[in-house]
Design a protein around this ligand. Structure first.
Ligand code: AMP
Ligand code: ZN
Length: 111
């Protein structure tokens, strides 16, 4: 299958990997939207996070757990996790991923 994130998991495409286990890989987003922008993905291919949750609730939980661990390791007290699901929601890579964003304010209204 021609999937960018499967190739990152296999090492065929380089990425700045921050955590890797038997079931998940976390790496820096190539176009960061915040000082910290990490993507946490299952090593196995699923189209989106809802599919992960349907197929393997434990794996979906692990992805959120790892997001929290990385945030903790980076000293982030506040952070945002986001999973875009579908083209109109802004999903551009159809291998499930959770965005972890931090290091700036997302509060609205600002200030
Ligand atoms: P989404 O738009 O929610 O599907 O998120 C896909 C994310 O993947 C975007 O934030 C991209 O910047 C990021 N991305 C695309 N290609 C790469 C890559 N080769 N390495 C790291 N992140 C990437
Ligand atoms: Zn894939």
């Amino acid at each position: 299958m021609d999937c960018l994130f499967c190739k990152i998991v296999s090492g065929d495409i380089p990425a700045t990997v921050v955590k890797k286990t038997d079931s998940i890989t976390a790496f820096k987003d190539i176009t960061p939207q915040a000082p910290t922008h990490v993507l946490i993905i299952p090593n196995k291919h699923f189209e989106n996070m809802a599919e992960v949750a349907n197929a393997d609730a434990d794996l979906a939980g692990q992805i959120f757990k790892v997001a929290g661990e990385i945030a903790h390791e980076l000293g982030l007290k506040s952070y945002r996790t986001n999973a875009n699901t579908g083209l109109e929601a802004g999903q551009s890579v159809f291998h499930a991923h959770l965005h972890l964003l931090g290091g700036r304010s997302f509060a609205w209204p600002p200030g």
